[in-house]
Design a protein around this ligand. Sequence first.
Ligand code: AMP
Ligand code: ZN
Length: 433
Amino acid sequence: MNYWDRNIETIGREELAALQLQRLKETVARALNSPYYRKVLGDNNLSPDSIRSLDDLRRFPFTAKDDLRASYPRALLAVDREEVVRMHASSGTTGQSTVVYHNLQDLENWTGLVARCLVMAGATRGDVFQNMMSYGLFTGGIGLHYGAERVGMMVIPIGGGNTHRQIQFFQDFGTTIIHITPSYALHVSDVIRDLGLSPDDFRLRVLIFGAEPYSEATREKLEQLYRVRALNCYGLSEMNGPGVAFECGMNEGMHVWEDSYIVEVIDPESGDLLPPGDEGEIVFTTLTREAMPLIRYRSRDLARLYERTDCSCGRNFRRLSRIIGRTDDMLIVRGVNVFPSQIEHELMRIPEVGTNYQILLDRVENLDRMTVRVEITGRTFHGEVGELRLLKKKIEHALKEEILITTEIELMEPGALPPSQGKAKRVIDNREM
Ligand code: AMP
Ligand code: ZN
Protein backbone atom coordinates (compact mmCIF):
# COMPACT_ATOMS: atom_id res chain seq x y z
CA MET A 1 0.00 0.00 0.00
CA ASN A 2 1.36 3.37 -0.96
CA TYR A 3 1.03 6.40 1.25
CA TRP A 4 2.34 9.92 0.88
CA ASP A 5 2.11 10.54 4.60
CA ARG A 6 1.51 7.24 6.34
CA ASN A 7 1.09 8.68 9.84
CA ILE A 8 -1.71 10.98 8.98
CA GLU A 9 -3.34 8.76 6.34
CA THR A 10 -3.71 5.84 8.72
CA ILE A 11 -4.65 7.89 11.78
CA GLY A 12 -7.31 6.26 13.96
CA ARG A 13 -10.75 7.80 14.36
CA GLU A 14 -10.23 8.91 17.94
CA GLU A 15 -6.96 10.60 17.30
CA LEU A 16 -8.46 12.18 14.20
CA ALA A 17 -11.35 13.58 16.24
CA ALA A 18 -8.92 15.15 18.70
CA LEU A 19 -6.95 16.70 15.86
CA GLN A 20 -10.15 18.01 14.26
CA LEU A 21 -11.28 19.55 17.53
CA GLN A 22 -8.03 21.37 18.02
CA ARG A 23 -7.95 22.57 14.41
CA LEU A 24 -11.58 23.62 14.52
CA LYS A 25 -10.88 25.93 17.42
CA GLU A 26 -7.92 27.38 15.57
CA THR A 27 -10.08 27.83 12.50
CA VAL A 28 -12.72 29.75 14.41
CA ALA A 29 -10.05 31.94 15.97
CA ARG A 30 -8.59 32.69 12.55
CA ALA A 31 -11.99 33.25 10.97
CA LEU A 32 -12.65 36.01 13.50
CA ASN A 33 -9.95 38.04 11.73
CA SER A 34 -12.15 38.41 8.67
CA PRO A 35 -14.79 41.15 8.58
CA TYR A 36 -17.43 38.65 7.49
CA TYR A 37 -17.01 36.16 10.31
CA ARG A 38 -16.31 38.82 12.90
CA LYS A 39 -19.82 40.07 12.23
CA VAL A 40 -21.60 36.74 11.78
CA LEU A 41 -19.91 34.96 14.68
CA GLY A 42 -20.11 38.09 16.82
CA ASP A 43 -23.87 38.38 16.21
CA ASN A 44 -24.25 34.77 17.35
CA ASN A 45 -21.91 35.07 20.31
CA LEU A 46 -19.65 32.40 18.91
CA SER A 47 -15.94 32.13 19.57
CA PRO A 48 -13.31 29.37 19.87
CA ASP A 49 -14.60 28.89 23.44
CA SER A 50 -17.97 27.84 22.02
CA ILE A 51 -16.32 24.65 20.85
CA ARG A 52 -15.95 21.99 23.54
CA SER A 53 -16.67 19.02 21.32
CA LEU A 54 -16.98 18.51 17.58
CA ASP A 55 -20.77 18.49 17.97
CA ASP A 56 -20.60 22.17 18.84
CA LEU A 57 -19.91 22.89 15.20
CA ARG A 58 -23.66 22.51 14.71
CA ARG A 59 -24.21 25.72 16.60
CA PHE A 60 -22.45 27.62 13.85
CA PRO A 61 -24.44 29.08 10.96
CA PHE A 62 -23.84 27.83 7.44
CA THR A 63 -21.81 29.83 4.98
CA ALA A 64 -23.42 29.92 1.54
CA LYS A 65 -22.16 30.75 -1.92
CA ASP A 66 -24.20 33.97 -1.70
CA ASP A 67 -22.26 34.94 1.41
CA LEU A 68 -19.07 34.57 -0.62
CA ARG A 69 -20.53 36.72 -3.36
CA ALA A 70 -21.66 39.36 -0.91
CA SER A 71 -18.17 39.31 0.60
CA TYR A 72 -16.58 40.13 -2.74
CA PRO A 73 -13.82 41.07 -2.98
CA ARG A 74 -12.22 40.80 0.47
CA ALA A 75 -14.63 40.46 3.39
CA LEU A 76 -13.67 36.83 3.99
CA LEU A 77 -9.96 37.45 4.00
CA ALA A 78 -8.56 36.58 7.42
CA VAL A 79 -4.93 37.64 6.96
CA ASP A 80 -3.19 40.79 5.73
CA ARG A 81 -3.48 41.28 2.00
CA GLU A 82 0.34 41.24 1.81
CA GLU A 83 0.37 37.66 3.08
CA VAL A 84 -1.74 36.40 0.20
CA VAL A 85 0.23 34.74 -2.57
CA ARG A 86 -2.56 33.42 -4.80
CA MET A 87 -6.23 33.87 -5.52
CA HIS A 88 -8.65 31.80 -7.52
CA ALA A 89 -12.13 32.73 -8.66
CA SER A 90 -15.13 30.76 -9.70
CA SER A 91 -18.08 31.96 -11.73
CA GLY A 92 -21.11 33.32 -9.96
CA THR A 93 -24.72 33.57 -11.03
CA THR A 94 -24.81 37.10 -12.37
CA GLY A 95 -21.27 38.05 -13.03
CA GLN A 96 -20.31 38.21 -9.37
CA SER A 97 -17.43 35.81 -8.86
CA THR A 98 -16.48 34.15 -5.66
CA VAL A 99 -12.86 34.58 -4.69
CA VAL A 100 -10.68 32.31 -2.59
CA TYR A 101 -7.32 33.45 -1.18
CA HIS A 102 -4.28 31.43 -0.20
CA ASN A 103 -1.13 32.23 1.70
CA LEU A 104 2.06 30.23 1.29
CA GLN A 105 1.12 27.76 4.00
CA ASP A 106 -2.27 27.18 2.38
CA LEU A 107 -0.62 26.34 -0.94
CA GLU A 108 1.81 24.07 0.83
CA ASN A 109 -1.05 22.21 2.53
CA TRP A 110 -3.00 21.92 -0.68
CA THR A 111 0.04 20.57 -2.49
CA GLY A 112 0.41 17.95 0.25
CA LEU A 113 -3.22 16.88 -0.05
CA VAL A 114 -2.94 16.50 -3.81
CA ALA A 115 0.29 14.54 -3.41
CA ARG A 116 -1.59 12.19 -1.09
CA CYS A 117 -4.29 11.68 -3.72
CA LEU A 118 -1.78 10.99 -6.45
CA VAL A 119 0.28 8.55 -4.43
CA MET A 120 -2.96 6.83 -3.45
CA ALA A 121 -3.63 6.52 -7.20
CA GLY A 122 -0.30 4.74 -7.53
CA ALA A 123 1.79 7.65 -8.79
CA THR A 124 5.52 7.54 -8.20
CA ARG A 125 8.65 9.32 -9.31
CA GLY A 126 9.23 8.38 -12.87
CA ASP A 127 5.60 8.72 -13.86
CA VAL A 128 4.77 11.17 -16.63
CA PHE A 129 1.74 13.23 -15.70
CA GLN A 130 -0.12 14.97 -18.50
CA ASN A 131 -2.43 17.54 -17.01
CA MET A 132 -5.23 17.96 -19.55
CA MET A 133 -7.35 20.21 -17.35
CA SER A 134 -7.50 23.98 -17.95
CA TYR A 135 -5.10 26.19 -16.04
CA GLY A 136 -5.98 29.67 -14.81
CA LEU A 137 -8.46 31.04 -12.33
CA PHE A 138 -10.16 27.67 -12.49
CA THR A 139 -8.51 25.39 -9.94
CA GLY A 140 -8.70 22.16 -11.94
CA GLY A 141 -5.37 22.43 -13.74
CA ILE A 142 -3.15 24.29 -11.37
CA GLY A 143 -4.60 22.37 -8.42
CA LEU A 144 -3.11 19.04 -9.42
CA HIS A 145 0.00 20.52 -10.95
CA TYR A 146 1.99 21.25 -7.81
CA GLY A 147 1.03 18.02 -6.08
CA ALA A 148 2.18 16.08 -9.12
CA GLU A 149 5.53 17.88 -9.11
CA ARG A 150 5.87 17.28 -5.39
CA VAL A 151 5.45 13.55 -5.92
CA GLY A 152 8.32 13.82 -8.37
CA MET A 153 6.51 13.02 -11.56
CA MET A 154 7.40 14.73 -14.77
CA VAL A 155 4.51 17.13 -15.28
CA ILE A 156 3.28 18.20 -18.71
CA PRO A 157 1.15 21.31 -18.08
CA ILE A 158 -0.56 21.16 -21.44
CA GLY A 159 -4.05 22.13 -20.25
CA GLY A 160 -7.23 21.28 -22.17
CA GLY A 161 -7.81 21.13 -25.92
CA ASN A 162 -5.46 20.64 -28.87
CA THR A 163 -6.28 16.96 -29.03
CA HIS A 164 -3.84 15.87 -31.71
CA ARG A 165 -0.97 17.33 -29.80
CA GLN A 166 -2.19 15.68 -26.61
CA ILE A 167 -2.10 12.30 -28.31
CA GLN A 168 1.26 13.04 -29.88
CA PHE A 169 2.57 13.80 -26.39
CA PHE A 170 1.19 10.49 -25.06
CA GLN A 171 3.47 8.85 -27.59
CA ASP A 172 6.50 11.11 -27.52
CA PHE A 173 6.80 11.44 -23.74
CA GLY A 174 5.39 8.11 -22.65
CA THR A 175 2.60 9.66 -20.57
CA THR A 176 1.52 7.30 -17.81
CA ILE A 177 -1.11 9.32 -15.88
CA ILE A 178 -3.58 11.84 -17.22
CA HIS A 179 -5.88 14.26 -15.44
CA ILE A 180 -8.87 15.06 -17.60
CA THR A 181 -12.62 15.63 -17.54
CA PRO A 182 -14.50 12.44 -18.40
CA SER A 183 -16.30 14.12 -21.31
CA TYR A 184 -13.00 15.20 -22.85
CA ALA A 185 -11.62 11.70 -22.30
CA LEU A 186 -14.49 10.35 -24.42
CA HIS A 187 -13.63 12.78 -27.18
CA VAL A 188 -9.92 12.05 -27.04
CA SER A 189 -10.64 8.35 -27.34
CA ASP A 190 -12.61 8.98 -30.56
CA VAL A 191 -9.70 10.91 -31.98
CA ILE A 192 -7.29 8.14 -30.99
CA ARG A 193 -9.45 5.70 -32.91
CA ASP A 194 -9.75 8.02 -35.93
CA LEU A 195 -5.99 8.30 -36.05
CA GLY A 196 -5.79 4.52 -36.30
CA LEU A 197 -4.14 4.27 -32.89
CA SER A 198 -5.05 2.15 -29.88
CA PRO A 199 -4.23 2.16 -26.16
CA ASP A 200 -1.43 -0.30 -26.96
CA ASP A 201 0.43 2.56 -28.60
CA PHE A 202 0.66 4.39 -25.26
CA ARG A 203 1.95 3.75 -21.78
CA LEU A 204 -1.10 5.12 -19.94
CA ARG A 205 -1.67 3.56 -16.56
CA VAL A 206 -4.17 5.72 -14.69
CA LEU A 207 -6.86 8.20 -15.66
CA ILE A 208 -7.86 10.80 -13.12
CA PHE A 209 -11.32 12.22 -13.67
CA GLY A 210 -12.70 15.33 -12.09
CA ALA A 211 -14.44 18.69 -12.42
CA GLU A 212 -17.79 17.40 -13.66
CA PRO A 213 -20.38 14.78 -12.79
CA TYR A 214 -20.41 11.51 -14.66
CA SER A 215 -21.89 8.09 -14.14
CA GLU A 216 -20.43 4.75 -13.17
CA ALA A 217 -21.33 3.55 -16.67
CA THR A 218 -19.21 6.29 -18.21
CA ARG A 219 -16.30 5.33 -16.02
CA GLU A 220 -16.59 1.70 -17.06
CA LYS A 221 -16.83 2.64 -20.70
CA LEU A 222 -13.72 4.80 -20.44
CA GLU A 223 -11.81 2.13 -18.56
CA GLN A 224 -12.55 -0.24 -21.40
CA LEU A 225 -11.66 2.28 -24.09
CA TYR A 226 -8.32 3.14 -22.51
CA ARG A 227 -7.80 -0.24 -20.87
CA VAL A 228 -6.66 1.39 -17.65
CA ARG A 229 -7.92 2.29 -14.22
CA ALA A 230 -9.93 5.52 -13.78
CA LEU A 231 -10.17 7.26 -10.42
CA ASN A 232 -12.53 9.97 -9.28
CA CYS A 233 -11.16 13.25 -7.96
CA TYR A 234 -13.49 15.71 -6.27
CA GLY A 235 -13.07 19.24 -5.11
CA LEU A 236 -14.43 22.74 -5.27
CA SER A 237 -12.57 26.00 -5.38
CA GLU A 238 -14.03 27.15 -2.06
CA MET A 239 -12.23 24.17 -0.47
CA ASN A 240 -9.04 24.88 -2.51
CA GLY A 241 -10.06 22.85 -5.54
CA PRO A 242 -9.30 19.26 -6.55
CA GLY A 243 -7.91 17.05 -3.83
CA VAL A 244 -10.69 17.32 -1.25
CA ALA A 245 -11.75 13.71 -1.80
CA PHE A 246 -10.23 11.01 -3.94
CA GLU A 247 -10.77 7.35 -4.67
CA CYS A 248 -8.38 4.83 -3.20
CA GLY A 249 -9.02 2.18 -5.81
CA MET A 250 -11.16 -0.08 -3.63
CA ASN A 251 -14.15 1.18 -5.62
CA GLU A 252 -16.02 2.24 -2.55
CA GLY A 253 -16.10 5.98 -2.77
CA MET A 254 -13.66 8.82 -2.29
CA HIS A 255 -11.79 9.36 0.97
CA VAL A 256 -12.32 12.88 2.28
CA TRP A 257 -9.14 14.25 3.90
CA GLU A 258 -10.75 14.79 7.26
CA ASP A 259 -7.64 16.12 8.92
CA SER A 260 -8.12 19.14 6.64
CA TYR A 261 -11.90 19.28 6.22
CA ILE A 262 -14.85 18.42 8.41
CA VAL A 263 -17.54 16.98 6.19
CA GLU A 264 -21.25 16.97 7.04
CA VAL A 265 -24.27 15.94 5.02
CA ILE A 266 -27.45 17.93 5.53
CA ASP A 267 -31.00 17.93 4.33
CA PRO A 268 -30.87 20.79 1.80
CA GLU A 269 -34.40 21.92 2.73
CA SER A 270 -34.27 21.92 6.52
CA GLY A 271 -30.52 22.19 7.03
CA ASP A 272 -30.71 19.27 9.50
CA LEU A 273 -27.74 16.97 9.80
CA LEU A 274 -28.29 13.59 8.14
CA PRO A 275 -26.84 10.29 9.34
CA PRO A 276 -24.12 8.60 7.27
CA GLY A 277 -25.66 6.69 4.41
CA ASP A 278 -28.33 9.27 3.67
CA GLU A 279 -28.13 11.36 0.57
CA GLY A 280 -27.98 15.12 1.01
CA GLU A 281 -26.00 18.30 0.50
CA ILE A 282 -22.34 18.16 1.43
CA VAL A 283 -21.09 20.81 3.83
CA PHE A 284 -17.40 21.47 4.46
CA THR A 285 -15.42 23.27 7.13
CA THR A 286 -11.76 24.01 6.43
CA LEU A 287 -9.45 22.95 9.24
CA THR A 288 -6.05 24.20 8.14
CA ARG A 289 -6.72 27.12 5.86
CA GLU A 290 -5.25 30.38 7.05
CA ALA A 291 -5.95 33.10 4.47
CA MET A 292 -9.60 32.25 4.11
CA PRO A 293 -11.13 29.80 6.55
CA LEU A 294 -14.68 28.75 5.75
CA ILE A 295 -17.07 27.34 8.33
CA ARG A 296 -19.87 25.01 7.29
CA TYR A 297 -19.74 25.93 3.64
CA ARG A 298 -22.71 24.59 1.68
CA SER A 299 -21.31 23.03 -1.48
CA ARG A 300 -24.70 22.50 -3.15
CA ASP A 301 -23.37 19.14 -4.27
CA LEU A 302 -25.52 16.13 -3.47
CA ALA A 303 -23.93 12.88 -2.37
CA ARG A 304 -23.83 10.53 0.60
CA LEU A 305 -21.18 9.46 3.06
CA TYR A 306 -20.55 5.76 3.53
CA GLU A 307 -21.34 4.42 6.96
CA ARG A 308 -18.15 2.47 7.43
CA THR A 309 -15.03 4.43 8.16
CA ASP A 310 -12.46 1.66 7.80
CA CYS A 311 -11.26 0.69 4.36
CA SER A 312 -9.09 -2.09 3.04
CA CYS A 313 -6.58 0.50 1.85
CA GLY A 314 -5.75 1.18 5.49
CA ARG A 315 -7.21 4.67 5.65
CA ASN A 316 -9.97 5.53 8.06
CA PHE A 317 -11.13 8.74 6.45
CA ARG A 318 -14.81 8.83 5.62
CA ARG A 319 -15.75 8.03 2.07
CA LEU A 320 -18.02 10.06 -0.15
CA SER A 321 -20.12 8.62 -2.96
CA ARG A 322 -19.89 10.08 -6.42
CA ILE A 323 -21.68 13.41 -6.82
CA ILE A 324 -25.21 12.72 -7.93
CA GLY A 325 -26.56 16.19 -8.48
CA ARG A 326 -26.73 19.78 -7.35
CA THR A 327 -29.23 21.69 -5.28
CA ASP A 328 -28.94 24.68 -7.60
CA ASP A 329 -29.22 25.00 -11.36
CA MET A 330 -25.49 25.23 -12.02
CA LEU A 331 -24.50 23.53 -15.26
CA ILE A 332 -21.05 22.20 -15.93
CA VAL A 333 -20.21 22.63 -19.58
CA ARG A 334 -16.79 21.42 -20.70
CA GLY A 335 -15.74 21.57 -17.09
CA VAL A 336 -16.77 25.21 -16.74
CA ASN A 337 -19.48 26.25 -14.29
CA VAL A 338 -22.34 28.06 -15.96
CA PHE A 339 -25.47 29.41 -14.35
CA PRO A 340 -28.49 29.92 -16.64
CA SER A 341 -29.04 33.24 -14.89
CA GLN A 342 -25.72 34.49 -16.28
CA ILE A 343 -26.99 33.82 -19.78
CA GLU A 344 -30.32 35.46 -19.06
CA HIS A 345 -28.60 38.50 -17.62
CA GLU A 346 -26.53 39.01 -20.77
CA LEU A 347 -29.40 38.35 -23.16
CA MET A 348 -31.74 40.77 -21.47
CA ARG A 349 -29.25 43.61 -21.84
CA ILE A 350 -29.47 43.36 -25.61
CA PRO A 351 -32.33 45.53 -26.92
CA GLU A 352 -33.12 43.37 -29.98
CA VAL A 353 -33.70 40.35 -27.74
CA GLY A 354 -37.31 39.44 -27.01
CA THR A 355 -38.64 37.73 -23.93
CA ASN A 356 -38.06 34.04 -24.35
CA TYR A 357 -34.97 31.90 -24.71
CA GLN A 358 -33.89 28.33 -24.32
CA ILE A 359 -30.57 26.67 -23.53
CA LEU A 360 -29.86 23.38 -25.24
CA LEU A 361 -27.05 21.09 -24.24
CA ASP A 362 -25.91 18.11 -26.20
CA ARG A 363 -22.76 16.20 -27.01
CA VAL A 364 -21.23 16.27 -30.43
CA GLU A 365 -18.31 13.92 -30.89
CA ASN A 366 -18.33 13.60 -27.12
CA LEU A 367 -17.78 17.29 -26.57
CA ASP A 368 -20.38 19.42 -24.86
CA ARG A 369 -22.17 21.82 -27.16
CA MET A 370 -24.32 24.62 -25.91
CA THR A 371 -26.93 26.22 -28.13
CA VAL A 372 -28.91 29.24 -27.06
CA ARG A 373 -32.17 29.83 -28.87
CA VAL A 374 -33.20 33.43 -28.54
CA GLU A 375 -36.46 35.02 -29.53
CA ILE A 376 -35.82 38.46 -30.97
CA THR A 377 -38.22 41.31 -31.66
CA GLY A 378 -40.46 40.99 -34.72
CA ARG A 379 -39.00 44.05 -36.32
CA THR A 380 -35.47 42.72 -36.07
CA PHE A 381 -36.46 39.24 -37.20
CA HIS A 382 -38.03 40.54 -40.39
CA GLY A 383 -35.27 43.06 -40.94
CA GLU A 384 -32.12 42.74 -43.00
CA VAL A 385 -30.14 39.52 -43.13
CA GLY A 386 -26.88 41.40 -42.54
CA GLU A 387 -28.28 42.88 -39.35
CA LEU A 388 -29.29 39.45 -38.14
CA ARG A 389 -25.83 38.11 -38.71
CA LEU A 390 -24.37 40.98 -36.71
CA LEU A 391 -26.84 40.43 -33.90
CA LYS A 392 -25.94 36.78 -33.73
CA LYS A 393 -22.26 37.68 -33.42
CA LYS A 394 -23.04 40.28 -30.80
CA ILE A 395 -24.97 37.78 -28.65
CA GLU A 396 -22.32 35.14 -29.09
CA HIS A 397 -19.65 37.60 -28.05
CA ALA A 398 -21.55 38.87 -25.01
CA LEU A 399 -22.10 35.31 -23.77
CA LYS A 400 -18.51 34.31 -24.37
CA GLU A 401 -17.31 37.28 -22.32
CA GLU A 402 -19.54 36.28 -19.45
CA ILE A 403 -19.44 32.47 -19.37
CA LEU A 404 -16.12 31.92 -21.16
CA ILE A 405 -17.40 29.28 -23.52
CA THR A 406 -18.52 29.55 -27.12
CA THR A 407 -22.21 28.99 -27.76
CA GLU A 408 -24.19 28.47 -30.94
CA ILE A 409 -26.87 31.13 -31.26
CA GLU A 410 -30.16 30.50 -33.01
CA LEU A 411 -32.33 33.55 -33.56
CA MET A 412 -36.03 32.82 -33.37
CA GLU A 413 -39.23 34.62 -34.30
CA PRO A 414 -41.32 35.94 -31.41
CA GLY A 415 -43.53 33.13 -30.09
CA ALA A 416 -41.45 30.38 -31.67
CA LEU A 417 -40.34 28.91 -28.35
CA PRO A 418 -42.78 27.17 -26.03
CA PRO A 419 -44.15 29.84 -23.68
CA SER A 420 -43.46 29.34 -20.02
CA GLN A 421 -46.41 28.14 -18.02
CA GLY A 422 -45.40 28.53 -14.45
CA LYS A 423 -41.82 27.64 -13.78
CA ALA A 424 -39.92 28.16 -17.01
CA LYS A 425 -38.00 25.18 -18.29
CA ARG A 426 -35.15 27.00 -19.92
CA VAL A 427 -32.56 24.28 -20.03
CA ILE A 428 -32.81 21.14 -22.11
CA ASP A 429 -29.92 18.89 -21.30
CA ASN A 430 -29.61 16.03 -23.77
CA ARG A 431 -26.12 15.03 -22.74
CA GLU A 432 -25.78 11.49 -21.63
CA MET A 433 -23.95 11.10 -18.37
P1 AMP B 1 -15.20 24.81 -9.10
O1 AMP B 1 -15.44 25.49 -7.82
O2 AMP B 1 -15.29 25.69 -10.30
O3 AMP B 1 -13.93 24.04 -9.06
O4 AMP B 1 -16.37 23.74 -9.31
C1 AMP B 1 -16.60 22.79 -8.31
C2 AMP B 1 -17.78 21.91 -8.68
O5 AMP B 1 -17.44 21.03 -9.75
C3 AMP B 1 -18.19 21.03 -7.54
O6 AMP B 1 -18.98 21.71 -6.59
C4 AMP B 1 -18.93 19.93 -8.29
O7 AMP B 1 -20.25 20.33 -8.60
C5 AMP B 1 -18.13 19.80 -9.58
N1 AMP B 1 -17.17 18.69 -9.48
C6 AMP B 1 -15.86 18.75 -9.21
N2 AMP B 1 -15.31 17.52 -9.18
C7 AMP B 1 -16.30 16.63 -9.44
C8 AMP B 1 -16.38 15.21 -9.54
N3 AMP B 1 -15.33 14.44 -9.40
N4 AMP B 1 -17.61 14.67 -9.79
C9 AMP B 1 -18.69 15.46 -9.94
N5 AMP B 1 -18.68 16.79 -9.86
C10 AMP B 1 -17.50 17.39 -9.61
ZN1 ZN C 1 -9.64 3.26 0.92
